[in-house]
Design a protein. Structure first.
Length: 257
């Protein structure tokens, strides 16, 4: 029903989705791009129901639907008393990372931007904090990490958002794309381990699997923007493999002519 309303009746941001897909996959025909758009709207619609499930369903049921493949990687680096920075994009169901605190024995924070609508902001904060995730407003993240750098924890950054003033341009999905660099700067300042998180679909319907890949364990030794570039490559690989799971309604290239 949600799919029919968003896609078939309202055409929610359909022009944006079609333009983003066409520019990202110029080798594909109109029919192929339209099929990708339909697949995206089915996924996008399902996300609404999954978020309600994660908010209201018993914790045991949520954990059955969300698996963490290699949580031992987090435990390994935490044992070194290093901060861990987890970078991911709006791919799959990124809200699934709210279960991560149930898998580890150290503090896990999510850096987020408060929503302008107070009601929805309260709902999203409740969803994200349900299993012990500590929420950290983006404008306070740097100060908090610097003040607590001796207390090793993990910090989640959704890093494919449109940037503000601080940006670096990468070649992403065949387009020059400004990206935020705040996560990289904080990683270098605090000497944090940087991981990339994928939230991939499993064979079981409505189930997701979180897995981690190392971006770097020596951020200070890398040249400027190397962390940002590596993150972008990991995310691009995921998107090309299963395009329907990225958030194509974002106006990521809104300043492009």
């Amino acid at each position: 029903m949600i799919y029919l309303i968003l896609y078939k009746i309202l055409g929610y941001r359909y022009a944006v989705v079609l333009q983003n897909l066409s520019r990202s996959f110029p080798e594909r025909s109109y029919e192929e791009v339209n099929r990708l758009a339909g697949g995206f709207y089915r996924h996008f619609s399902a996300i609404f129901l999954e978020m309600i499930l994660m908010l209201l369903a018993p914790a045991s049921l949520v954990k059955k639907r969300v698996r963490v493949k290699n949580v031992e990687l987090l435990q390994h680096y935490h044992a070194q008393q290093r901060n861990i920075m987890i970078m991911l994009g709006h791919y799959g169901n990124w809200e699934c990372l709210n279960v991560l605190p149930t898998y580890v024995d150290f503090d896990m924070h999510a850096v987020y931007k408060p929503l302008s609508n107070r009601f929805f902001d309260r709902v999203m904060r409740r969803l994200r904090a349900r299993f012990g995730l500590k929420l950290l407003p983006a404008d306070k993240a740097a100060r908090h990490m610097l003040a607590t750098r001796q207390e090793a924890g993990a910090y989640i950054f959704v890093a494919d958002q449109c940037p503000g003033k601080e940006a670096h341009t990468v070649d992403f999905l065949r387009q020059p794309t400004p990206v935020i660099t705040g996560a990289e700067r904080l990683a270098k300042t605090t000497d944090a381990i940087v991981l990339y998180a994928t939230v991939g679909k499993t064979a079981t319907p409505a189930s997701w699997e979180i897995s981690f890949q190392l971006i770097t364990d020596s951020p200070g030794n890398l040249p400027p923007f190397a962390i940002t570039e590596r993150f972008s490559r990991f995310l691009e690989e995921d998107i090309r493999r299963q395009p329907q799971y990225w958030l194509w309604t974002h106006r990521r290239w809104k300043n492009r002519s």
